[in-house]
Design a protein around this ligand. Structure first.
Ligand code: LLP
Length: 431
């Protein structure tokens, strides 16, 4: 099957429309959303989100799921995930705030991250979160000091750095010795010596997170086995094990671990072991549940030029109204998010297009050589797999208001974040 025959995300289908077909999210035609809300707009399928959580929970019922809020922080999405049974993995006071607004119980929140400030630690202590995933001796002592001052008790898990290559993009690899994350062997020994003196922090577990968009089992298995080895060495009762996030998804047909294989790996590695297990998935839950809806702005034909063939000879640029400020992943990691035409005529002649955004950088490109029917201004496209690390990484670069977000449920949809306005661009500037 060619990429064009597939769908751009779960919960999306092509259905017959006139002599061709059109893309819908659940039962809502994307043409309708574009007409009413405009573009660019992120469109999420509620059913797809709920199904992915349900699948994962059914596969590993005894494992707590802390959704990595950095992947998508919209409070409606977080609320949905909370209702489906997820807690949250947060890395900032802002994410704690969002999770709180979404009604996620603090008892289901773990606080990760390499640079928790004293202010953030205080906020988390006051909120009564489940535990801190501690990154350094200094951080542990700071938590103890603030907790002592405030008369609050809390729990901590020590994040180990297992020095394992996750076989992913170097920017999102976090479990190698040279990365800033986790405690090395030597640092762990130092922490172990201090634990008996702690009065307010109960160190009760270990955690690890070696990277993101991991597509094979071996690095995960190796990291988890190192966690297990460490529990045997640790001079405290390690009852909690946090296995991190990192499970990859298939963006453009590449092989990855299914939720099923991932879950069976967890079951195999931890079978018969009596730990309270948790995972921190972000992408694997939300990545495949949304698209970025965008319109064609113009087509720039690039002729062969006087000297004949060049790399781009005969190619055309399709300029769309979404850009790297809406979806930074292609520019940052060379990520591929294939583009799908929303309306497809039967037997249309297709050509290759380099799909680009309007931002003034050549890195603002979505797909090279996409096979599409000749678009005209206003033709609609869906940029695939935009549920995770898309809106949450967006910016206002080039003074572009952030896109709207829409959640579809069956035949209904609602705006869960309005499109920003020009006034939003300057809201905090003192005029
Ligand atoms: N836990 C911790 C401690 C993390 O640092 C992360 C992600 C996760 C869990 C969730 O990882 P996931 O299951 O989503 O792979 N912006 C990048 C991804 C950065 C991931 C950072 N940490 C991207 O767009 O690919």
């Amino acid at each position: 099957m060619s990429a064009r025959m597939k769908i751009p995300a779960e919960g999306f289908v092509y259905s017959r429309a006139g002599r061709g077909s059109e893309l819908r999210c659940e039962r809502v035609p994307l043409t309708e959303i574009a007409a009413r809300i405009g573009t660019p707009t992120f469109v999420y399928s509620k059913r797809a989100i709920e199904e992915r959580v349900r699948r994962l929970r059914r596969l590993i019922p005894d494992c707590a799921i802390y959704f990595a809020a950095k992947a998508c922080g919209n409070i409606h999405v977080l609320r949905l995930l909370g209702k489906a049974g997820c807690g949250a993995d947060i890395v900032s006071g802002g994410e704690l705030f969002r999770a709180g607004l979404a009604g996620i119980s603090p008892k289901k929140i773990v606080f990760s991250g390499v640079g928790k400030t004293q202010g953030e630690i205080l906020e988390a202590l006051k909120a009564g979160i489940h535990l801190f995933n501690v990154e350094s001796l200094g951080e542990l002592l700071t938590i103890e000091r603030i907790a002592y001052r405030e008369g609050i008790k809390t729990k901590a898990a020590l994040r180990i750095n297992p020095n394992i290559h996750p076989k992913t993009h170097p920017h999102i690899s976090t479990g190698l010795r040279g990365n800033k994350f986790g405690l090395s062997r030597g640092e762990l020994e130092e922490v172990y010596r201090v634990i008996p003196r702690l009065r307010r922090v109960r160190v009760c577990g270990l955690s690890c997170h070696i990277g993101s968009q991991i597509t094979s089992a071996e690095p995960l298995e190796q990291a988890w086995r190192k966690l297990l080895e460490e529990t045997a060495r640790a001079p405290f009762d390690a009852t909690h094990l946090d296995l991190g996030g990192g499970l990859g998804i298939s963006y453009a047909g590449e092989k990855t671990l299914s939720l099923e294989r991932y879950a069976s790996l967890i079951r195999r590695v931890f079978r018969g072991k009596n730990f309270a297990l948790g995972i921190e998935p972000g992408r694997a839950i939300l990545g495949p549940t949304a698209i970025l809806l965008t319109s064609a702005v113009s087509v720039k034909k690039r002729g062969a030029g006087p000297r004949g063939a060049s790399a781009s000879s005969g190619r055309s640029f399709l300029v769309v109204d979404a850009a790297m400020n809406d979806l930074a992943r292609p520019a940052l990691y060379g990520a591929v998010h294939p583009i799908f035409a929303v309306e497809r005529a039967a037997r249309a002649h297709q050509k290759r297009f380099d799909v680009v955004g309007p931002v003034c950088e050549s890195a603002d490109a979505f797909e090279s050589g996409a096979l599409l029917a000749e678009p005209s201004p206003g033709s609609l496209f869906a940029i695939s797999n935009c549920g995770a690390y898309a809106m949450s990484m967006s910016s206002q670069y080039n003074a572009r208001p952030r896109a709207a977000e829409v959640l579809v449920e069956g035949a209904r949809y609602r705006v869960i974040r309005e499109r920003e306005t020009y006034a939003d661009l300057v809201e905090r500037e003192l005029l």
